[in-house]
Write a protein that binds this ligand. Sequence first.
Ligand code: FHN
Length: 479
Amino acid sequence: MIHRFHLSLVHLFLTASLVQSAAGADTAADTGKSLGDTSQVKIRDGRELRPPRTDAAMERWRDNRFGIFIHWGIFSMPGGVVDGKAVPGAAEWIWTSYANKGRKAEYESLAKEFDPVRYDPVAWAKAIKQSGAKYVVFVTKHHDGFCLFDSKLTDYDSAGSKHGKDILKPFVDAVAAEGIDIGLYYSIIDWHHPNYTAKELKTEADHESYRKYLDYMKGQLKELLTGYGDVKLLWFDGRWDASYKNNPQYGKDVEEFCRSVKPGIIINDRVRAYDSFADYDASYERRLPEPAKVLNLDWECCMTMPERTWGYHADPDGAGWKTPRKIIGQMAECASRGGNFLLNIGPKPDGTIRDEELQRLAAVGKWMDVHGSSIRPTRPAGLDLTNKNHEPGNGVFATIHGDTLHLILTQWPDTDRVFLTGLKRKAASAELVRANGSIPLKVDAESRKEGEMQFITGLPMTPPEGEAAWEIRVKLQAP
Ligand code: FHN
């Protein structure tokens, strides 16, 4: 039974690809290539796994490696506080606290009051640029259904609010002016739309009603893909309700629709009802893949700065704010394992970015100014430098670009050396990279029963101060 289901998925995908190539005549060559060789589609964990895309857009997404996620909306207005009490957890879910008390209308009335008088998209774009990030993913509509763009299909949007304007447009313009790639988040779940339901679709009438919602979604996605510059990425979310999850044909249809509107677009796996990885696996949320896991597919980890909340929370709970070292370590670990790192900010209702976030963006950016080449455009070096029980983002992570091997350290070694376990190429020279003058190191090797083991030596016994994380840059001999 399961086997037959998989086969039919492959068949559906092949059919879809043909339709798609025909649809985007002007970019058909790129689109066709971007989907890879469809005869190579495999099944992993019950999902179709396409061969990695080889087109320029996907390579650029990989090269970018580091992006900023922005969760903003009317959910930012209560800031995680209802009736004077902080609600633990994710502030962008505060709708449920209202709805559970029969106060949905009260929550929705926030839409009329939304008026971020200090919103400065140019300042946002500059702060993002300064962080060293190369792409953004902006929440255009979260689960509450409120849209931060001027949609012709609803008044429940920023143009229908006190603000009275499209929030997204000036932001994408500002971001594009900084040379940062644009990704748009769109929630499948919509607690506002009358035709959306979380429940199982049992009757034809249920399906008919739900399809009206899907038409609305597609209409909005078309608005987003045609009216907001060169959108590179669609980031879907909220596929777990029974209505969507148990009807994979709907996710497939949405994916195909988006590709027909914008051939070449990158789409995360959450567009699909757990039956495909689409262009990449975006399931690593507030966590990194298990240490020993070999991924062999494109993936991205999205991460909060506090422990749990994505939207602005006046009183975030949990383990406090991550340090710049922790953030850089997580980013480095992602890069060393072939993944992108999407770091979230949750702006305040008035349109400003809170100091805790600005400081972290600036600290990461200061580090990226000196060490950015260790993150992008790198690929995993395939060295085994961190033990399996390490705490995510803490250890030594290796990336490579051309003849340069980068070791990013968030823990200073106990000895004066770092072994290059697994390095097949010959190391020629090494240095400890620092903003105010690099320190030359030595390359050496020792014989072991498994062969020659190269190592870097000459590290100072105490870690140089002022670095959020350290970088050893190793020049390799030509292969
Ligand atoms: O429910 C959302 C959550 O609010 C947030 O948007 C994250 C970001 O990845 N996604 C969902 C949970 O998976």
